[in-house]
Write a protein that binds this ligand. Structure first.
Ligand SMILES: Nc1ncnc2c1ncn2[C@@H]1O[C@H](COP(=O)(O)OP(=O)(O)OP(=O)(O)O)[C@@H](O)[C@H]1O
Ligand SMILES: [Mg+2]
Length: 265
């Protein structure tokens, strides 16, 4: 059974893209068929896998435009890039920034454009991972409408808890307003962690005490390491860039924990 996971947090720089790439490649290394959809006009996931966003003829914006204009003549291969680490990518570029205006001019079903496309490729993959942009706009709403689950990377910082409240409010609105009644929160992943500091412990305790009773909090956490900052410029996952490093081990552990949660294996 295929699962669509949106990796979302409207707060910027919390590790959404890094988690999208390394969970995606991690699942692919575990033998899963994975497609990563870059749904951010910044194109960081595209870049992080070694592609230049400005050089892509077809991006997720092209595909969404086709769906908006009811041109459903899209082959399964349309726009798909095959990365050497085994993961497929639907790239993004700055073109996606015009999509918000275009979507707002769609009268009915503007939240479901991405969903319509993903239904066409759903059967090809075990996991489709959507790397969301740092905002809760109509584009991210398209991801939440299409997804089965939301994974929330959280950096243990003072402002994180407040931002979480807003994100969880939007998710519950997506459910209650019928856009996607089966949307679930898969869990919170602590990223850029420095678990030796008091601040880290305080903030993670607040998040655990506030949300831990209703939301899964992954026991794996992702530490901060300079190699994780360098890997995107090399266009590769952390497993390939720094196979024996702490971040590689952490994403590997997290991927196993994620698969147990999703598949019970
Ligand atoms: N574990 C880590 N250790 C060190 N640096 C990291 C780690 N994870 C991510 N980074 C770096 O932190 C920055 C933000 O990470 P990332 O791009 O994954 O966040 P994001 O939430 O996708 O950001 P945005 O909101 O802009 O999309 C990047 O420069 C990335 O390389
Ligand atoms: Mg990002």
């Amino acid at each position: 059974m295929s699962r669509i996971i949106a990796i979302a947090n409207q707060k910027g720089g919390v590790g959404k893209t890094t988690t999208s790439i390394n969970l995606g490649v991690g699942l692919s290394r575990a033998g899963k068929k994975v497609c990563l959809v870059d749904l951010d006009p910044q194109g960081n996931a595209t870049q992080g896998l070694g592609y230049n966003p400005d050089e892509q003829d077809i991006t997720i914006a092209t595909i969404m435009e086709k769906i908006i204009s009811k041109d459903f003549n899209i082959t399964q291969e349309f726009g798909v890039l095959h990365h050497e680490e085994g993961i497929d990518l639907i790239p993004s570029s700055i073109d996606l920034s015009l999509m918000e205006m275009k979507l707002l001019s769609v009268y009915i079903g503007r939240e479901k454009i991405l969903n319509t496309y993903l239904e066409m490729i759903y059967h090809l993959y075990d996991y489709i991972i959507i790397d969301c942009k740092p905002s809760l706009d109509i584009i991210t709403l398209n991801a939440l409408t299409a997804a089965d689950g939301v994974l929330i990377p959280v950096q243990a910082q003072y402002y994180s808890a407040k931002g979480l409240e807003q994100l969880l409010g939007t998710i519950s609105q997506v459910v209650t307003e019928g856009l996607n009644s089966s949307l679930a929160v898969d869990g919170i992943l602590f990223t850029l962690a420095n678990n030796r500091t008091n601040n880290y412990k305080q903030i993670t305790d607040i998040v655990k005490n506030t949300y831990g009773h209703s939301i899964h909090i992954f026991s794996s956490t992702i530490p901060r390491a300079v190699t994780a900052e360098e890997a995107p410029a090399a266009g590769m996952s952390i497993y390939q860039y720094d196979p024996t490093g702490t971040v590689s081990k952490a994403y590997n552990d997290f991927t196993c924990e994620f698969m147990i949660l999703e598949e019970g294996v």
